[in-house]
Design a protein around this ligand. Structure first.
Ligand code: ATP
Ligand code: MG
Length: 760
């Protein structure tokens, strides 16, 4: 077992600059000496070297106050240093040395340094090295002077914590803390994941409805395609039927048209024939009418010309005759005059003839008024002209005769005669010419008369033929009229048939147009059908009205659904998968959390268990020790919260002999010391410390109690090396080794070793 084999002090408090060595051994060591000699300083040296962090615990303001101040005028130490030698011959300390030397030095500047086997180390290294073996300074195995009732004064919770330490609860707490920090991590992770899950859930929720929409949309699209295909199917069939019906109608109408055309052609032929006949008749009528009339007219005109010419010729003849006659008469007169100088007889004759002409003129004038026939009128006029002309010539003759008579009377007779003879000669020559001309005219007249006769005959014939022609024209006209009636009937018929044909054509055209339209539509329907036929249901609906209504309904439903996220089903599945994996992680984390909580509970349970185990032991020991130390009295450790011991404190209830139960703070100094010592021993019995360092724990004890405590100290020091500072004999007597301390007049403490081992 490890034990302190030596402690060296140098410049520590009242111990001067020279090294002070206390060789130690297991068992009970007592440090003795008068008041103020420096016992407590030795005790504090243990505390110092083991890493005490509170200068005040060592009754110093600051660490540098721990350095020897020179005492009463001596030289102050440059530093204070304490070394503790531990026997490690059994190798309990993890240092490869039989002896482990722990050193601590404080310099004037108050800075501390540690060494393990003269090797500079940080304080922590010292604590770690000794922690398991020697409780650190300030633990329950270190009791400074006047501090024995610390266990009485301390709070119940502090007291319970001592048990915690003994039981090693800290280990559990550490585990628990780790678990808690783990749990916190898990918890925060869980929160993050929960938020993420919530977000994904919301996404999923939205995607689910989007997915439902997309599925519905797809279904509706399919239905729409089916309905459209069905409609197309139905329409296509109906178009086909309509087209074939129209074709039948077209065939019928074409047949009808053919018949009508044939009929019209026949009628046209009839009409042509009739028209030709009519034309022939018209030509005949025109030709005959005009030619017939022309012949008669020509002949009439010729006859008229001939007559005129005859008349003129006759007039001329007559005038020639007159002239001749006149000439003859003149010749006669001149002859007579020549013979007998003049004669009034001629005038008388002229007068009678004039009267005669006058009568015939009146007659002709009367006839002219009455006559109607143009030919007769012409003849009358011609005769009148002849009469008038004769009348004029008579007047001229009369004038001549009168002049002659008058002339004859004025002219000298001689000249007259010669002239007359000459004149007579001329007249006779003229007369001969005239006669000759007269004869020629006579011949001409005869010729004319013959021609007139001829012409008359021809005219007769012409008139006859004209009559005949007129009859035949009349007949022809009648015939033509009949023909025309017939023709107009035929034409009417043709018109009627043409109208009918036009009607048929119109119908044909409208059928064709309708058919072409339907065929074009059918073509479109067929091509659409090609596209959609595989979408058509096996037994398509054929009611167009219902289909259209259905399509409209689907379309409006589709429209209401839009806009549709068609990727929603995949997105939903993806999100769902993500959710599931996240959920899995989350659940895993939850179970991790649960495991941690279970673990913590388990820790807590174990902790309590361990605590209770330790507590029970301590408690039992305590009661037993107390009863030993204070015969007749009793004491116990009471948990403030037995149900959750680690949540409450630990009370000490003591009942010294003959007294009521006392609360710790109600006890006397001695009672407190006794109880505290009993508590320390109880602890020690459960888990003995390597070393106990105690400063005057016996101060308030009465001799009886002191004896029992000294005995117990002796007993306990067998298990744990115990170093006590004391002024009391029973304790000194119980000690295995005594060190006397004294202080010289310079205020420097010195050790006086008094080895007592084996003496008692
Ligand atoms: P008691 O029996 O009364 O408890 P003691 O033996 O325990 O006395 P200590 O308390 O150890 O005596 O010694 C106290 C003495 O140590 C005082 O006289 C004091 O002057 C002295 N002392 C304390 N610190 C120093 C220091 N830094 N330098 C020199 N002397 C010091
Ligand atoms: Mg003292």
């Amino acid at each position: 077992m490890v034990y302190v084999s030596k402690i060296e002090l140098r410049g520590f408090k009242s111990f001067g600059n020279k090294k002070t060595v206390l060789p130690l051994s297991p068992g009970l060591t007592a440090i003795v000496g008068p008041n103020g000699c420096g016992k407590s300083n030795v005790i504090e040296a243990f505390s110092f070297v083991l890493g005490q962090l509170s200068a005040k615990t060592m009754r110093a303001e600051k660490f540098s106050d721990l350095i020897f101040n020179g005492g009463n005028g001596g030289r102050a130490a440059p530093f204070a240093e304490v070394s503790l030698y531990l026997d490690n011959s059994r190798g309990e300390l993890p240092v490869d040395a039989k002896t482990v030397k722990i050193s601590r030095r404080v310099s004037r500047n108050g800075k501390c340094a540690y060494w393990i086997n003269n090797k500079r180390v940080p304080r922590q290294r010292v604590i770690e090295l000794l922690g398991g073996i020697i409780s650190s300074a300030g633990g329950y195995n270190f009791i400074m002077q006047g501090d024995v009732d610390r266990f009485i004064k301390m709070s119940s919770l502090e007291r319970r914590r001592i048990v915690d330490d003994m039981a090693g609860v800290a280990e559990f707490d550490e585990k628990k803390e780790k678990a808690i920090s783990e749990l916190e991590k898990v918890e925060s992770h869980l929160q993050t994941m929960k938020a993420a899950l919530g977000e994904i859930e919301r996404q999923m929720e939205s995607l689910r409805s989007q997915r439902d929409d997309a599925i519905r949309f797809k279904e509706l699209k399919k239905q729409l395609e089916e309905a459209r295909a069905s409609l197309l199917f139905t329409r296509r069939d109906s178009h086909r039927r309509k087209i074939s019906k129209l074709q039948e109608k077209l065939d019928r109408e074409n047949e009808l048209l053919g018949g009508l055309r044939e009929k019209r052609e026949k009628l046209e032929a009839d009409r042509e024939k009739l028209e030709k006949e009519e034309e022939k008749l018209t030509k005949f009528i025109e030709k005959e009418g005009s030619s017939g009339l022309t012949t008669v007219q020509k002949l009439s005109e010729r006859l008229h010309t001939l007559r005129e010419t005859l008349i003129l010729t006759r007039e001329r003849y007559m005038s020639l005759e007159e002239r001749a006659k006149d000439l003859g008469e003149r010749i006669k007169k001149i002859s007579e005059e020549l013979e007998r100088r003049g004669d009034l007889r001629a005038l008388t004759e002229l007068s009678s003839e004039f009267s005669r002409l006058r009568r015939s003129f009146d007659e002709l004038a009367k006839r002219f008024e009455e006559e109607k026939s143009p030919l007769a009128i012409k003849e009358i006029l011609s005769e009148l002209r002849g009469v008038l002309s004769r009348m004029h010539s008579i007047i001229d003759e009369v004038n001549i005769q009168l002049k002659k008579v008058l002339f004859e009377e004025m002219k000298p007779p001689r000249e007259k005669i010669e002239n007359k003879i000459e004149e007579l000669r001329e007249l006779r020559a003229e007369h001969r010419v005239l006669v000759k001309q007269q004869r020629e005219l006579e011949e001409m007249i005869n010729e004319f008369e013959r021609k007139i006769k001829e012409t008359r005959k021809s005219l007769e014939v012409a008139k006859m033929s004209e009559k005949e022609t007129k009859k035949s024209i009349r007949d022809a006209r009648k015939k033509r009229q009949k023909l025309q009636v017939k023709l107009s009937q035929v034409k009417n018929r043709i018109l009627q048939i043409s109208d009918k044909i036009d009607g048929v054509k119109d119908r044909l055209e409208s059928y064709r147009v309708e058919k072409a339209g339907l065929e074009a539509e059918l073509k479109m329907l067929e091509s659409e059908w090609e596209k959609l036929k595989n979408k058509a249901p096996e037994k398509p609906m054929t009611n167009v009205y219902n289909l259209e209504r259905r399509i409209r309904k689907i379309e409006s439903e589709l429209e209401a659904l839009e806009p549709v996220n068609m990727k929603a089903p995949q997105e939903y599945e993806m999100t769902k998968r993500r959710y599931n994996s996240e959920r899995e992680r989350y659940d895993k984390l939850v179970s991790e959390k649960q495991a941690l909580m279970d673990f913590m509970e388990e820790i807590e349970r174990k902790k309590t268990e361990v605590f209770m185990e330790t507590f029970d032991k301590i408690s039992k020991n305590f009661t037993k020790i107390f009863e030993t130390l204070s015969p007749g009295g009793t004491a116990e450790l009471v948990l403030e919260n037995p149900n959750a011991p680690l949540e409450g404190g630990l009370e000490i209830e003591a009942r010294p002999a003959g007294k009521r139960v006392l609360r710790a703070d109600a006890m006397s100094g001695g009672e407190k010391a006794l109880t505290a010592v009993a508590f320390i021993f109880a602890l020690q019995r459960v888990k003995p410390a390597t070393i106990y360092v105690m400063d005057e724990i016996d101060a308030h004890l009465d001799p009886q109690n002191l004896k029992r405590v000294a005995k117990m100290l002796k007993e306990s020091s067998k298990k744990s090396q115990t170093i006590v500072a004391t002024l009391r004999d029973p304790v000194m007597s119980a000690a295995d080794r005594l060190f006397g301390v004294n202080m010289d007049k310079n205020g420097e403490s010195h050790i006086v070793s008094v080895e007592l081992t084996g003496t008692k």
